[in-house]
Design a binder for this molecule. Structure first.
Ligand code: PEP
Length: 250
């Protein structure tokens, strides 16, 4: 039985004040969430505050990215050990915004996955196709390539220590959601791809859906057999919407 996970990706949003009030709102409602796991991924700069406010709660937290390097002359980068210093459980790797705006390759993302794992963090590996790729009928090819980069570097067992987020790029922040059937089809493909190497790893692997998930569509998406929760962008910025999705995942 895979425990559903709902993780909020706050991206580069918020202020110290809004972080406090958002966590206060989530904290007030999260007690009603019984079986799903809940996590938030704030901008790095707010991690000390998030740690202070969430320590001892049932809500986990994580980074939105990390460096492949452990320390040194890498201006602007943040190491895995630094995420550990502030109690992170999770770290997102390979988000499409990193792949697009920072030219992160499949190989770099795989390295980040490996570095996160080695540091004891749980990587949330984002994979997904663009609209052009979907229209060209290459969705499976694209997600397989992104997934295989991690398996090639680390072996399939590495996936036993991580989470996958299937995020069709055309659905992120656009208000266009993949239909539950469209999402389920790709999730089933991802699981079957992993099962070719290890049925045990595939069975235990949590595969989240991400892309304009909201309280109104979450239950139907997460109700699909291979969808194990959500990675939430926009709707994770208001406590009511985020909690609505957490409740749906329950
Ligand atoms: C995301 O960026 O991971 C995401 C899913 O964003 P949104 O929910 O806003 O589409």
């Amino acid at each position: 039985m895979r425990r559903p996970l709902v993780a909020g990706n706050w991206k580069m949003n918020g202020s110290l004040e809004s972080v406090r009030s958002l966590l206060d709102g989530i904290g007030r409602g999260v007690g009603d969430v019984k079986s799903a796991e809940v996590a938030v991924c704030p901008p790095y700069i707010y991690l000390p505050e998030v740690e202070k406010l969430l320590s001892g709660s049932d809500i986990a937290w994580g980074g939105q990215d990390l460096s492949t390097e452990s320390s040194g002359a890498y201006t602007g980068e943040v190491a895995a050990s630094m995420l550990n210093d502030f109690g992170c459980k999770y770290v997102i790797v390979g988000h499409s915004e990193r792949r697009t705006y920072h030219a992160e390759s499949d190989q770099l993302v795989a390295k980040k996955y490996a570095v996160a794992r080695a540091a004891g963090l749980v990587p949330i590996l984002c994979i997904g196709e663009t609209l052009e790729e979907r229209e060209a009928g290459t969705t499976n090819e694209v997600v397989a390539r992104q997934l295989d980069a991690v398996i090639a570097l680390e072996g399939v067992d590495a996936l036993a220590h991580g989470v996958i987020a299937y995020e069709p790029v055309w659905a992120i922040g656009t208000g266009k959601t993949a239909t539950p059937d469209q999402a389920q089809e790709v999730h089933a493909f991802i699981r079957s791809r992993v099962a070719e190497k290890s049925s045990e790893v595939a069975e235990g692997l949590r595969i989240l859906y991400g892309g304009s998930m909201k309280p109104g569509n979450a239950a139907e998406l997460i109700g699909k057999s291979d969808i194990d929760g959500g990675l939430i962008g926009g709707a994770s910025l208001t406590a009511e919407d985020f909690l609505g999705i957490c409740t749906a995942a329950d």
